[in-house]
Structures are given as C-alpha cells and as structure tokens.
Design a protein around this ligand. Structure first.
Ligand code: MSP
Length: 630
C-alpha cells in the first residue's frame, strides 16, 4: 500500500468529556479524512486520550476511583461520544496502553543515549492546569501567564536539550511555509523560537501515575513529552510499517497547544530521533462562550450530543440529522485566525437560515417540482452551461479550500452552491415554463436535479447523514469520489416523492402545541351542502410576505394544471421558506375576493391554534396536485 494520508487530533485530557470546543478539532480531522478518502487517498485518522496528567489523577481521587478505573470509563465515553457524532476515526490511542508506554520509553532511551536528555536539578513553577513549567520571570502576579495557580517544584529531573534544536527548527519553518498554519500562528512560533528556546524538564517525581523513566523509576516522563509521542506510538514506530503513515500529513489542534508544544518540543523530539517532521501543524482558533474559551475549567461547557438531542425534535425528529446540524454549525464556525463565539441564538439562526432555507428547502423545492412537473422523472434536457460552470468552479474552490484545511472557506462555497440552486429556481420559474408549455422546462429541471446531486457530494464529508438523505431522495447511491460529484443524473431516472429533510426550529413550537378547548359543533349541514365545497390538494410553489400586513402570506399555488394566488393569514406562524414546496388543501371554488389590493383565488385550510394563530392542514402523504378532498 502507498503512503496513507495521516491525520491526527490532539489527545484529550480525560478530566472532562468532549464539549463543542473539543468537537471542533475532532470534526476538522473527520472532515479532512472523509474528504481525502473522496479524493482517492487512504486516510488514517488517529485520535485518543491523554491520561497521565496530574489533574487526571486528582480528578480520579476526587471521584473515589483508581486513576486507571477512572480513565477506562472516560476513554469509553469519549469513544461513544465520537461515535455519536459520526466521527470515523481509524485508531484511538490511550497513553495508558502498553503499545504507547513501550514507545515512550524507547524514545526516552534513544534521546538519552544520544545526549539529548541529561540529568539536572529543576527548580521552578509548575502550572497543573496546563502541565507547563515556568520561570519566576514568566509569572504574572504570582500566576501562570494563563492566569492559573502555580506550585513551586524542586526536583532532580531529566532535561531535554531543546535549545540545541533552535536553529534547525527555524530553518525548517522558514523552508516549509505549510509546516505551521495559519500564517499568523507561524509568525507567533517564529517569534517564540527567536526569543531563545530553553532546555525543558521532561520528567517528574514518580507519585504512581505516569510512564516510569527507563532505568530510573523514581521518576515518570513529563505528561507533554509522553503525550506528543502518541503520534508515532500509535503507528507502531520503530517497528512494522510505520513508514506507511509517517510523516503525518496534518496534525489538527487548537492554537493553545501549538507554540510551546507541537511547534517546538514535538519537532525537536523528532529531530533528535532523526525522523521527518509532520507536513502541517494546524492551530485553529477557539470557540468562545460569553467571551471566554469553552472549557471545563471555565464551567461554560456544552456537550455536542446534548445539543443535538435538545433540538432533534424541532428539527424533524431524527437524532442523526440533528448531529449533522451540530457538525454543520461547528464546520461553519471553524475559527481560522481569530476566535469565534458560540451562542444558542446563533446556532438556531444559522440552522434556520442556512441549513434549512438555503440548503434543505432548496433541495425540497427541486424534488417537489420534479414530482409535480416531471412525474418524478429526470427530464430529457441539457444542464444549462452557465449554471454548470458556476457550480463546477465552486466545487473546485471547495476542494482547494479543504486541501488547505480552510474548512471555514469551504463552507462559504457550499452555501454559495445553495444560492446558485435557489437563484436558478427563482430566475427560471419552472412553474411558468410548465404553465406555458415551454420546452425549456426539461433543461431547467435537469439542471436543478444536477445541482442537488452536486450538493449531496460536497456535503458528504461535512454532514454525511444529510448527504445520505439527499441521495435517497434522488434514488442514487452515495457519491463516493470527489471526481464523481454530479454524476448519476440521467434522463428518465425516477426520483423519490418529495419530503423535507430539515424543518425550521420554531421558538413557539411548544406553546402552540398546548391543547385548546374544543368548541361545540352547531348548525348541522347535509352531505349535499358539504359537497358544494370543492377541496383540492395544492402545492405551494412560492410564498411572499405582503407589505403592510404582518399576518398575510401571498401564496402561489399549483392546483392540477392551474395556478392560483391565495392570501393566507398564516405569516406569524409560517415563514415563506417554511411553506414553499409543501402540499396544502385549498377551497378551490371560493369566490375570489380582494385583500390589501391583491386578489385571493381560494382559501387554504388551517386549524385554529390556541394563540389565535394557524396550523396548516397538509395531506398525510403526497397526492397529485388537484386531487379532490372529501
Ligand atoms: N492533552 C493535551 C493535548 C495533548 S496532544 C499531544 C490537551 N488536551 S485538552 O483536552 O485540554 O485540549 C485539547 C484540544 O481541544 C485543544 O488544543 C483544542 O484543540 C481543543 N479545544 C479545547 N477547547 C476548545 C475551544 N473552546 N475551542 C477550540 N478548541 C478547543 O491540551
């Protein structure tokens, strides 16, 4: 087998479970792996847990457990949460595993033999929260530069000759512009190294938790030295086929652990071992809440699966789709150079405006129209060239962005594809083409179906369940390769009946569901009376608000072969985007009347909600437009 595309996440401390901040990094790796697989590479995606930290032993003691019993439980929960988030890692390493311990000791032994590790006396300040050593001069008002408590430590310890690698490191960074990304982080690293690298203490007194130093078990290996080695211990270095994996193609992490650890200590260890350096170290920004980094120590944690469960019902009831909504949001918010802020309001807003309106509804409109205008079959037309080339260049740009780890920009591209889809519908007005018997309808509808197929392909690395649902609406297999994006839309191919994938989150949903007292039935009528009312199934092709009337929506309906304009007093419960594509029931023989200067050619049925609003009556399953209702 050729070289694998090797992707890593940091290994997470097990004193806390994943939150949406840590999810960001793991998701970035998952998207990279899924994308690279579509590009024809064989990815190898590693994640895991960092278990030897002092604070882990302290958290275990607080929970009344032995450290290993504690970490076993948490590591299992990590795996379950990542599975729940549809993270497809290939390997999960725990630093308490024997395969890791053996390699850490081997690295230590080799570096000591080469003189890169030596024994000396350590005196200084120790930050337990971040497991970092500081000199007196580095403290800020008696605390670490991050504001954490520090403890004074005086021990005989082993030191790693980090200073000896300073020039070699700088040369490497300067010769390899993609080694540290983004550029602002690279500049920070260069500035940090230029200040002068100090030899760093790589052991601690053995208090029973950690990997013992070879031939000196009064000490354990420093947790960062131990943890960084996971990237090579997991691939079995120095035995077996580790060269199929190494060097890593990308090591994803947050900016907090780049400068002091991944971009200095880690490459220096590798240089000491005479191993090649990772191709890219990528340090993304943080996700903030209330102006602070989301983290257990700040107490502002939101768990990704809780977020999905909280919204699953209002999004349509499918937990896996709700997970994709969280994946969508995290990918969309992927902080590049600066940090981004998470709020529930923003989560709901982006969900409603982007995932529902721009993407899911756009797709729904197309599949509905394929049903109404084309008997659910892809018509024999030609994909419109200008739309095709616009979409194809967006697809290439998305690929370039993902190759450069710019998930944020790739997400812009995905949304722009959604805009191309919606703009094409609005510009071409397939309902008019159909009404006028215009042959161009075939070209427009095959173009729209092709755009939906393209969206399915580009969304696949980001929201795989949403992509699966789109593929099943099109009755096509999943797009497996990036080159295959857009393939499979052939004239005559039959698609499924339309069904929206994501539903809008309605803030007042729980309130409108409150049960109302039913009114007593009065004034009996005969069946003949009732039969005078012609009720028909109709589809909403378009909907707009009516200026100056905050309750009214102007609906464009298709009823059989006929188009109708109907004004409905539902604007406070339904946004135009919610209702476009839906089937409704219309009173078709109601005398037209004028409202706000506009003609209303019928009335749609809705139940009265307790708050005076309306709840639309919709057919339980799709029926051809124009079907009678009794
Ligand atoms: N165990 C070390 C890493 C060792 S890697 C050899 C560690 N663990 S951690 O659990 O504290 O955090 C790991 C990573 O989680 C951070 O680098 C970052 O990638 C990610 N994040 C944690 N909180 C985050 C945010 N609020 N926002 C973005 N990323 C976040 O450090």
């Amino acid at each position: 087998m050729g070289k694998r595309y090797y992707i890593t996440t940091p290994i997470y401390y097990v004193n806390a479970l994943p939150h949406i901040g840590t999810t960001l990094t793991t998701l970035a790796s998952d998207i990279t792996a899924r994308f690279q697989r579509m590009r024809g590479k064989t990815p190898h995606f590693l994640t895991g847990t960092d278990e030897h930290a002092t604070k882990v032993a302290e958290a275990a003691a607080a929970a009344g457990k032995t450290p290993i019993a504690f970490t076993d439980e948490i590591a299992d929960q990590f795996k379950a949460i990542w599975r729940g988030m549809n993270i497809q890692y290939d390997d999960f390493i725990r630093t308490t595993e024997e395969r890791h311990r053996a390699v850490v000791q081997e690295v230590f032994r080799r570096l000591r033999e080469k003189g890169h590790i030596y024994l000396d006396k350590y005196e200084g300040w120790w930050d337990v929260t971040t497991e970092t050593f500081y000199k007196e001069s580095e403290l800020v008002e008696g605390k670490s530069p991050d504001g954490n408590e520090v403890r004074w430590v005086e021990e005989e310890n082993y030191f790693f000759r980090l200073s000896a690698f300073q020039n070699q490191l700088l040369e490497h960074i300067e010769a390899h512009p993609d080694f540290i990304l983004p550029e602002v982080r690279r500049n920070e690293v260069i500035a940090f190294i230029k200040q002068g690298l100090r030899d760093t203490c790589v052991t601690r007194k053995n208090t029973g938790w950690g990997i013992p130093v070879p031939d000196d078990d009064s000490k354990v290996v420093y947790v960062w030295f131990d943890a960084l080695i996971n990237y090579i211990s997991a691939i079995g270095w120095p035995e077996g086929n580790w060269e199929e994996f190494w060097p890593a193609d990308v090591e994803w992490m947050g900016k907090d652990i780049l400068v002091r650890f991944h971009a200095t200590l880690w490459p220096a260890i590798l240089l000491g071992l005479e191993l090649p350096l990772p191709k890219t170290l990528y340090g993304h920004g943080w996700l903030l809440m209330g102006g602070e980094k989301i983290s257990k120590s700040k107490g502002n944690v939101i768990a990704p699966l809780d977020l999905a469960s909280q919204y699953a019902n209002s999004m349509g009831g499918c937990k896996d789709l709700a997970v994709d909504a969280v994946r969508y949001y995290c990918a969309r918010m992927m902080p590049y150079e600066t940090d981004t802020t998470f709020t529930l309001e923003d989560f709901e807003l982006r969900y409603n405006t982007e995932l529902v309106n721009d993407l899911s509804n756009g797709i729904h409109r197309v599949v509905s129209m394929l049903g109404s205008f084309c008997d659910r079959r892809i018509p024999d037309g030609e994909v419109i060239e200008s739309v095709k080339s616009a979409a194809e260049s967006l697809v290439s740009a998305i690929a370039e962005d993902l190759e450069r780890f710019r998930i944020d920009k790739a997400m812009d591209g995905v949304l722009r594809l959604g805009t191309v889809l919606n703009e094409t519908i609005d510009r071409e007005k397939p309902w008019d083409l159909r009404k006028n018997g215009d042959a161009r309808l075939a070209d427009v509808m095959i173009t729209l179906a092709w755009l939906v197929r393209v969206l399915e392909g580009v969304l696949r690395p980001i929201t795989p369940v949403f992509a699966d649902d789109i593929a099943s609406l099109l009755r096509l297999a999943a797009t497996e390769s990036w080159e295959g994006i857009g393939h499979g839309i052939a004239p005559g191919h039959e698609v499924s009946a339309a069904k929206p994938i994501y539903l809008r989150i309605e803030k007042q949903q729980s309130e409108t569901q409150v049960k109302e007292k039913t009114e007593p039935v009065v004034n009996e009528i005969t069946i003949e009376d009732f039969m005078k009312v012609q009720l028909r199934v109709a589809r909403v092709l378009d909907a707009h608000r009516v200026e100056g009337a905050d309750k009214l929506l102007k609906l464009d309906l298709i009823v059989g072969d006929e188009r109708r304009q109907v004004l409905a007093g539902i604007a406070q419960q339904y946004a135009p985007e919610d209702i476009i594509g839906k089937q409704v029931v219309v009173v078709a023989n109601l005398k037209p009347r004028r409202l706000r200067g506009l003609e209303s050619q019928g009335m749609i049925l809705a139940a009265d909600a307790s708050d005076g609003g309306a709840i639309l009556v919709v057919p339980d399953r799709e029926a051809p437009e124009g079907t009678s209702v009794h």
